[in-house]
Design a protein around this ligand. Structure first.
Ligand code: UD1
Length: 420
């Protein structure tokens, strides 16, 4: 079993380059199925979740190869199964995109109900509502979602909750539906726009992605293409927070500064210096870091995926901060571990915490419970005096590319070790 050992208290200094976006990649890879033709995907992150989706598609009959620069060529023409129910599928959240992609291409799909990080209930009722509106018969049986349609027809779909997954999944099926689909109250996250751009590159007609009304003119013939995935907004944010947390001076290259506005605004409010260029952000210290209040919201609000690392940063801010988590009800699993490191955190109610800044955090053995909790504990380990050992690192491998190498290149004392 792997674990991280961090000798904390070292300033991060230098430059780091951001990898491709996990949540865009995990939708774009299955979306290739829709064209039936070979696509070349560039700038994919080298992470465990991408490896798992690659393995799932290969097991379905797709032909996947890598170019020397790490791009992935996917030829989905050999896919011969519409039923994907193994443990690999149920272990990851994004496997739900196979439902929209297979239903769109073959009008039938059977997918194990998705798993992923245990950060809340994570229902898929809005995905199902959307597919049903497009004409699919859907049943949930034996731990799987089974969908079938004679034909898919465009429809107007209003999402009862703003859901990234449902917005993307409905988009995938809708490009194959005859006529116009309108998704209202759609998610506006950068990866929703990226998936729409990819679909358009394959010949689809998706308009309005990035606003809360997306219009899809379905039924066009799609073709293969070459597409580069956008940079990972959450990885960029994690490095921005880590830079601030260690009072370092870090230039984050290859990111899109407008995607980072909610975090940048909070860091500026704390008194951290943040400067932006076209595709890079520099984070530097400037005096005392003040406590702030953070509330997670759908994009362009403060992303829930950065709430946990931000909580670690606030543990040593001057004053009392509050953090409200409005998207996932169990996204506070990292708090007990932060308390073991000396943080003063009180749960006010099920969705709000109060953090009283302390002068020091102290290294301790801690355990990761989900992907972004892992990022939070790494940030805390970098801030803390002494040695922090972080167990259950497999969660972190699912979403961060070469995290320890990137941190080490910035001067962090972090090692990956193994224990029986
Ligand atoms: C995706 C991301 C995850 C991120 C989250 C919010 C992937 C693989 N994961 O997760 O990293 O934290 O977006 O930005 O891209 N909901 C329903 N019914 C549904 C769908 C969602 O009630 O059918 C609720 C969820 O319980 C949650 C909220 O809507 O409270 C937002 O969830 P959603 O945006 O769908 O998140 P995921 O797609 O699971």
């Amino acid at each position: 079993m792997a674990y991280y050992r961090i000798n904390g208290g070292k300033r991060l200094e230098g430059a780091v380059t951001i990898s491709g976006a996990k949540n865009a990649a995990l939708a774009i890879i299955p979306a290739v199925i829709l064209s039936g033709e070979s696509c070349l995907l560039e700038n994919l992150p080298e992470i465990e979740d991408v490896r798992i989706v690659e393995e799932i598609l290969t097991s379905m009959g797709a032909d996947i190869s890598r170019t020397p620069d790490g791009s992935m060529r996917i030829d989905p023409s050999g896919i011969s199964t519409f039923s994907v129910t193994g443990e690999m599928v149920s272990s990851m959240r994004a496997s739900y995109y196979l439902l929209g992609a297979l239903l769109g291409r073959y009008k039938k799909a059977e997918i194990a109900l998705p798993g992923g990080c245990a950060i809340g209930q994570r229902p898929i009722d809005q995905h199902i509502k959307g597919m049903r509106a497009l004409g699919a018969d859907i049943v949930i049986q034996g731990g799987s979602v089974k969908a079938r349609a004679d034909r898919l027809r465009g429809a107007e779909i209003y999402l009862d909750v703003v859901s990234v997954g449902a917005t993307i999944n409905i988009m995938l099926a809708a490009v194959a539906a005859e006529g116009q689909t309108i998704i209202a109250n759609a998610a506006k996250e950068p990866h929703v726009v990226d998936v729409a751009n990819f679909l358009n590159m394959m010949g689809a007609n998706v308009k309005g992605a990035g606003t809360d009304v997306i219009r899809i003119q379905g039924g066009r013939r799609l073709h293969g293409c070459t597409y580069a995935v956008i940079p990972d907004q959450i990885e960029a944010g994690t490095f921005m927070i880590a830079a601030a947390a260690t009072r370092g001076d870090v230039v984050i290259h290859g990111c899109i500064p407008t995607h980072m506005e909610a975090l940048t605004a909070k860091l500026l409010e704390m008194g951290v210096r943040v400067t932006e260029n076209d595709d890079s952000i520099r984070v530097r210290p400037q005096g005392v870091q003040r406590a702030v209040n953070v509330k997670t919201q759908v994009y362009p609000g403060f992303p829930t995926d950065l709430q946990q690392p931000m909580t670690s940063l606030l543990c040593m801010a001057n004053g009392v901060s509050t953090v409200s988590e409005t998207i996932f009800e169990r996204r506070f699993m990292h708090l007990d571990e932060l308390r073991r490191m000396g943080a003063h955190i009180k749960l006010m109610d099920h969705s709000t915490i109060l953090i009283e800044g302390v002068r020091e955090l102290y290294g301790a053995p801690v355990t990761v419970t989900d992907l972004r909790a892992g990022a939070a504990l790494i940030v805390a380990g970098l801030m803390a005096k002494g040695v922090t050992e972080i167990y259950e690192t497999s969660y972190i491998d699912r979403g961060y590319e070469h995290l320890e190498d990137k941190l080490r290149s910035l001067g962090a004392k972090i090692e990956r070790l193994t224990v029986d």
